[in-house]
Write a protein that binds this ligand. Structure first.
Ligand code: SF4
Length: 358
């Protein structure tokens, strides 16, 4: 599809179908800015009464700048995300102090104001000052990726850059504000995340996603899961030639596999301190329990976790009962032959091989 055709047809759709919202009938940058800040993380229906209250109480940016912060926060009450309200107030003051009470007209200058990110700056610059800067938000990603068949990851910096460049190529010089509103409104009302209204769509005959039935797979957003760091302190307890092992029974990694008595911390700790914590003299056989050896640190990488493990070797006096702190009834003394036969994680196998036990 030709880019000029896309821009023309979506603006025509907008003119016929858009919702009549108060901030759309104005070119006043103050009102546009106010509506954009209120609508961040807020649905239109919920934000509308707040917009009206703010305009009523503070009809100009100067009146908002002169208000006390407490009054602004009180009016904002119920919208949540109070940093937005504080930035709103701060921004009004900066407009008054540094720009003589008038919002600057360029994207770059708008970006310097508190609480104004790339999206809001593009919206104000294009709606109020007719600057050809494209807004790029979730609606825009969805519409462009589906219509033009773009499978770049919108969560990646390269994907974001690609969509931003495309959106800026599509924006018409004449009336860029209406075009920006049109793409956003089309994404919000027609090309919906679930069940887009393809049957009645203006792009039906050219839309890549519709033609290839890829509405559900576009846009592409790859979730990156947080990597958790875990610190394992294993106690390799020996009694004669046998070693204490137990089966893992908790809902966690390696469930059902065998390992040693384990203590976990959320941060790195000196293994000797862990030993003292777990085996204070009154709990272990008096005076007999000592650390024989502390292994090097093992780093084991799983898909969403990195485990740092130490193995603390301790001799258990023969004839004494098993440590009372053992969590599991599966704990038993194993010979090296038995250890070889039970299922173990790669981490445990690595350690057993390094230490010559297997
Ligand atoms: S045809 Fe469907 S997927 Fe394509 S732009 Fe229209 S509503 Fe969106």
């Amino acid at each position: 599809m030709k880019k000029a055709y896309f821009s023309k047809i979506i603006v025509e759709w907008y003119q016929a179908a858009h919702r009549d919202l108060p901030w759309r009938n104005t070119q006043d940058p103050y009102k546009i800015w106010l509506s954009e800040i209120i609508l961040q993380q807020t649905r239109v229906l919920q934000g509308l009464p707040y917009y009206q209250k703010f305009i009523q109480n503070y009809p100009t940016v100067t009146s908002l700048a002169e208000a006390k912060e407490q009054e602004v926060l009180r009016l904002w009450q119920g919208l949540g995300y109070y940093t937005r309200a504080r930035n709103l107030h701060k921004c009004a003051r900066e407009v008054v102090n540094f720009f003589k009470g008038k919002f600057p007209p360029t994207f770059e200058e708008l970006r310097t104001l508190p609480g104004i990110g790339a999206y809001t700056a593009a919206a104000i610059a294009s709606f109020a000052f007719r600057q050809p800067v494209a807004v790029v938000d979730g609606n825009v990603y969805r519409v462009l990726s589906r219509v033009f068949g773009i499978d770049k990851d919108i969560a990646s910096p390269a994907g974001k850059k690609f969509f931003s460049e495309l959106a800026n190529k599509l924006i018409p010089i004449q009336d860029p504000g209406t075009y920006n509103q049109a793409v956003m409104e089309f994404g919000a009302m027609h090309c919906l995340p679930k069940n887009p209204k393809c049957e009645t769509c203006i792009f039906r005959s050219n839309c890549f996603a519709y033609q290839h039935e890829q509405q559900d797979s576009l846009p592409v957003k790859i979730k990156r899961q947080k990597i958790t760091k875990r610190y394992f302190y294993y106690f390799l307890i020996r009694r004669g030639t046998k070693i204490l092992m137990m089966r893992r029974t908790k809902k966690d990694i390696w469930n059902g596999l065998f390992d040693f008595l384990l203590h976990e911390e959320g941060r790195p700790v000196d293994p000797a301190k862990i030993f003292k914590k777990l085996f204070p003299p009154k709990r272990g056989p008096k005076g007999l329990l000592q650390i024989n050896k502390i292994s090097k640190s093992y780093r084991h990488v799983l898909s969403h976790q990195v485990i740092h493990a130490h193995f603390i070797e301790v001799d258990w006096p023969s004839g004494k009962d098993l440590p009372a702190l053992l969590p599991s009834s599966t704990a038993k003394w194993f010979s090296s032959k038995q250890i070889e036969n039970v299922p173990k994680s790669v981490l445990i196998s690595r350690f057993l091989e390094d230490s010559g036990i297997l």
